[in-house]
Design a protein around this ligand. Sequence first.
Ligand SMILES: NC(=O)c1ccc[n+]([C@@H]2O[C@H](COP(=O)([O-])OP(=O)(O)OC[C@H]3O[C@@H](n4cnc5c(N)ncnc54)[C@H](OP(=O)(O)O)[C@@H]3O)[C@@H](O)[C@H]2O)c1
Length: 234
Amino acid sequence: MSRSVLVTGGNRGIGLAIARAFADAGDKVAITYRSGEPPAGFLAVKCDITDAEQVEQAYKEIEAAHGNVEVLVANAGVTKDQLLMRMSEDDFTSVLDTNLTGAFRVVKRANRGMLRAKKGRVVLISSVVGLLGQAGQANYAASKAGLVGFARSLARELGSRNITFNVVAPGFVDTDMTRSLSDEQRSNIVSQVPLGRYAQPEEIAATVRFLASDDASYITGAVIPVDGGLGMGH
Ligand SMILES: NC(=O)c1ccc[n+]([C@@H]2O[C@H](COP(=O)([O-])OP(=O)(O)OC[C@H]3O[C@@H](n4cnc5c(N)ncnc54)[C@H](OP(=O)(O)O)[C@@H]3O)[C@@H](O)[C@H]2O)c1
């Protein structure tokens, strides 16, 4: 069965690994990108998820090529780390606007087609940081914790319509987002991870694909940690 899948931020990092996992399984995969040359093998649509008009245009393009989105992975996200004392209002609101309100924009637009089809799978990419907190990441943690309440509310609201909403909470994953950390920060992190290493993006992608598969048909409102044991189930 070839489904219409959308992965936001599917042009690199975890999103690209997720897009590849669905494409390898035979799905029709659309990805969003903001600039540069997107990777080949997908329907790449230019879209900044902080702009509702760009989200609308992206969906129109995807629907014309692949039909209604049946599986949505809200993956796009940013960090703007700063201690609270130095965190500006813009540092806070811009991270919320991308990570939480951006997810709202893409989920809301996908919901239209899913309601009509009477089925749908939504997976939101949160973070272990949203559950445990992290000094210097109050904005990011708030946005990622917000995704949990968002998904669980929608799981209740739309369960009867056969649409599932689940959250994946990765630990530290080897991508551009974490490559900017110093060697000292990286080894501090690894020392707290029971499995003693970073995740590869493909390890997050495998869980996302499972949540969108028939094998996960009775799972909704769940938060699945993929964090090497860092959060111990939280
Ligand atoms: N890496 C980790 O350790 C880790 C751990 C837990 C959770 N996560 C979460 O996993 C997701 C992917 O992270 P990553 O590590 O793959 O990060 P990444 O390599 O920095 O990639 C971020 C992705 O998000 C996209 N993006 C950012 N802002 C956007 C916007 N306004 N509109 C559309 N796309 C936007 C980027 O697109 P451009 O290429 O256009 O910038 C890029 O595709 C994020 O939500 C992140 O918070 C990551």
